[in-house]
Design a binder for this molecule. Structure first.
Ligand code: AMP
Length: 225
């Protein structure tokens, strides 16, 4: 089967969510963000949400077994059967192994790991100023770089904008520490597998998008050959 199974790697604040939304529009790939799914579960007060909440608020990873089960079900759901764009998963080697196994069981394989790299100081600058729509978390703004027309109000649906608890500076530092110790080793992991593609995430969102779109278009062409 010809499908494009992609993961986005990079530190928090690299712009993975923004770029995933753009690539979703370009290529019709479902954007699967574990962070967004977990936040929705917390908001709904489900069992998973109750278990995940304290880890998220502390900037720590939610236990692997909970996440792996959630993703295993999601990548085999209707819209993801012909390809997907994973954002925020895998976050460590155990999750990466679990993803490889789940794909193999479905007779599928990973097409590429797209790394959007950004230095720590830039991450802090970006995340501390980030505001998200209370109704739709993919509506994202920044107090300095991308302010809404009216302060605190979403341009797209008029809902209130909030700062995520995990975008407070102390939690950002903790999330970066977790990224460097647990997620960064995946760069080598996918490089060794010949799947890694690197992108300079300190460039403008438009530049990063142009480069990503070209890379994904090439992958799709190669896949069709
Ligand atoms: P994100 O929006 O991707 O930065 O995710 C926000 C929070 O959700 C993270 O700080 C973790 O607590 C949790 N989370 C998201 N994805 C994962 C994952 N793959 N494994 C464990 N925890 C996760």
């Amino acid at each position: 089967m010809s499908d494009l199974n992609l993961i986005l790697l990079g530190p928090p604040g690299a712009g993975k969510g923004t770029q995933a939304e753009r690539l979703r529009e370009d290529f019709g790939l479902p954007h699967i963000s574990t962070g967004d799914i977990l936040r929705a579960q917390v908001a709904e007060g489900t069992e998973l949400g109750k278990q995940a909440r304290r880890y998220m608020e502390a900037g720590e990873l939610v236990p692997d077994d909970l996440i792996v089960k959630m993703i295993g079900e999601r990548i085999n759901a209707g819209d993801a059967r012909d390809g997907f764009l994973l954002d925020g998963f895998p976050r460590n080697e155990k999750q990466a192994d679990a993803l490889a196994e789940a794909l193999e069981a479905l007779d599928r394989r990973l097409s590429a790991a797209l790394l959007i790299d950004v230095p720590d100081d830039e991450v802090v600058r970006r995340l501390a100023g980030r505001r998200v729509c209370v109704k739709n978390p993919s509506h994202i703004y920044h107090v300095d770089f991308d302010p809404p027309k009216h302060e605190g109000v979403c341009d797209q649906d008029g809902s209130r904008l909030i700062q995520r608890d995990d975008d407070k500076e102390e939690t950002i530092r903790k999330r970066l520490e977790v990224y460097h110790s647990q997620t960064e080793p995946l760069i080598d992991y996918y490089d060794r597998a010949g799947l890694l593609r690197r992108f300079d995430g300190s460039r403008s969102a438009e530049d990063v998008h142009d480069h990503l779109r070209a890379a994904v278009a090439t992958l799709r062409l190669e896949d069709q050959l």
